[in-house]
Design a protein around this ligand. Structure first.
Ligand code: SF4
Length: 264
């Protein structure tokens, strides 16, 4: 779940620290939410910390603390999509299912259909067809590695690729063609709601359980001043709905002295 939206280099150190603090499903399920959110520091998209704990609670209550191996059961857990469900089923339980991340999608699109990006449904069809029988564990990881290191977006290293003999993309010379058109970039992070939401949670991490008043929080996010607190209350309400903050009634009303804190 950490890898859903964060690069491996940032996940690797956080993963070890997180597991040291929450070594099993039970510990995670029973921890104060505040501690889980604290331990998510540096990974971004804090909602995943809440989802992960809610998943642990569901696993504890519905599956006796044992992570299910069935795709449908995994998929029903909070914050678990197709990628995470199939990765757990395959890499933890050796289930013979394809695992499609963004790199695997590119490799299969190119190698099987000479396309830069097939639809997700079509990619899943190809992934299921191509799955090496009995070898899903190694096959999926191999495809991920080929996608990450060889079949790069720009200038794929086809001469080193294990799929080069049968790759449709290469056969048609598309690997030497102009770069594929980039998808429109995500909206800028600077000044975005996402940045402000992240800033709020980071500040609440630093203030531990005591919380902070709306007026202080507003200054942290807008150091140059921002008298109207409506924007802040709206952001906080969203964060509260997601289980990331708690607000006193005063804070909900927009009172400058209302208190916000991480959930206990
Ligand atoms: S041969 Fe080239 S284009 Fe085809 S899968 Fe390998 S790296 Fe990608």
């Amino acid at each position: 779940m950490m890898l859903q939206q964060t690069q491996t280099g940032r996940v690797a150190p956080a993963y070890g620290t997180f597991l040291a603090k929450f070594p099993d499903v039970r510990t995670l399920a029973h921890a104060p939410a505040m501690e889980v959110i604290q331990a998510w520091r540096g990974l971004g998209y804090n909602r995943r910390a809440v989802d992960l704990q809610r998943s642990a609670q569901a696993i504890e209550h519905e599956y006796g603390g044992v992570v299910p191996s069935d795709l449908k059961a995994l998929r029903a857990l909070p914050g678990v999509g197709d990628y995470s469900a199939s990765a757990v089923a395959c890499f933890a339980y050796d289930r013979q299912v394809p695992v499609v991340d963004v790199n695997v999608r590119r490799v299969l699109s190119r190698a099987a259909r000479a396309s830069d990006e097939l639809s997700l449904d079509e990619t899943r069809r190809v992934a299921a067809e191509w799955l090496a029988p009995g070898e899903a564990y190694r096959w999926n990881q191999a495809l991920m590695d080929v996608g990450a290191m060889i079949c790069r977006i720009d200038k794929p290293l086809c001469a080193q690729c294990p799929l080069k003999a049968t790759c449709e993309y290469r056969a048609r010379g598309l690997n030497k063609g102009p770069r594929p058109e980039r998808r429109p970039k995500q909206s800028p992070f600077e000044g975005s709601s996402r940045q402000k939401r992240g800033g709020i949670i980071d500040h609440l991490r630093d203030t531990a359980g005591e919380g902070v008043s709306l007026s202080v929080l507003a200054k942290v996010i807008h150091p140059n001043g921002h008298k109207d607190l409506t924007w802040l209350v709206e952001l906080l309400e969203g964060l509260e709905r997601e289980g990331l903050v708690e607000m006193t009634p005063g804070a909900r009303r927009g009172s400058a002295r209302g208190i916000v804190r991480l959930p206990g």
